[in-house]
Design a protein around this ligand. Sequence first.
Ligand code: ADP
Ligand code: MG
Length: 322
Amino acid sequence: MQKAGEFDLIARYFKRAAPENMLGVGDDCALLSVSPGHELAVSTDMLLQGRHFLADVCPRSLGHKALAVNLSDLAAMGARPLACTLALSLPAVDHAWLQAFSDGFFALAETAGCPLVGGDTTSSPDGVLICVSVMGEVQRGHALRRDAALPGDDIWLSGCLGAPAVALALLQGRLGPDPDRLQAGRPRLELPQPRNGLGERLVGMAHAAIDVSDGLLQDLGHILAASNCAAGLWLDSIPQHPALDGLDQQWRTQAVLAGGDEYELCFTADPCQREKIRALGVQLQIQLSLIGKTGPGSGLDVLDAAGRKLEVSHKGFDHFSP
Ligand code: ADP
Ligand code: MG
């Protein structure tokens, strides 16, 4: 992008005063410090037009979501947000779009306490590309890593699942038009609320954690593979979003087990933590459900109310699957 235009855009839409203890937008690097006894948690997520969002999505929602999906990774590690950066490639300068996008981004950055301290802005021939990085801090040695589950752990889930999958299917015409259902599910797809407060409080209480971005089975599968554990999941104990009410049973099961874009936390903990975890859910007003158990070995079974294994066809979203 032409330099003068680029600097004007940055100053107009992305330069905000950084907190006193940081150097923000305007130098070659941002500077931030980590509290003593903590380590830096860093994560990056890209959002590509046509792949992760539809071209006509509301730009304010998109600004929110670009940061939300990154904050969710910090939540999954138990890290407290410190700051973020934003790299943006745009096919053309559309001021109304940029204003709405940056409003959505900053609104969440402020509520999450995650100031924007740098980035990059370029032009791109085809489609919008958004790349956000987040930095957070977590007590040294206490992050909620994927490899920390132990056999015999409880498996927990925050919130309820299925709404983003149903909203996307409605928007893409894979489900017949149903305005009420779309209205119920759409906020979960377009304005996901990352679970940062919960993630931070789970440090010291949970063993492993992951955020559900590609589907519960696939994401829990990452914990099991990294921790060398098996698991049984109780399908009936997984809360379903009301946007799924009245849909065919198989569709609902698929949406709950394999639907992506949830940004709920799935975590494991020693059964002796049960009461503490339940109390935390009450305190934070977040539904926390015990949805299964880990065990020795490998593999993930989904069990019905009678304890029978269910056949599950599609595990989740993989960008490189055929
Ligand atoms: P450099 O030439 O060092 O890459 P740039 O000209 O790309 O610097 O950016 C100038 C300043 O503006 C830097 O501090 C950079 O971090 C910041 N910046 C650029 N684009 C964005 C953006 N989209 N959001 C926030 N900060 C940005
Ligand atoms: Mg640059």
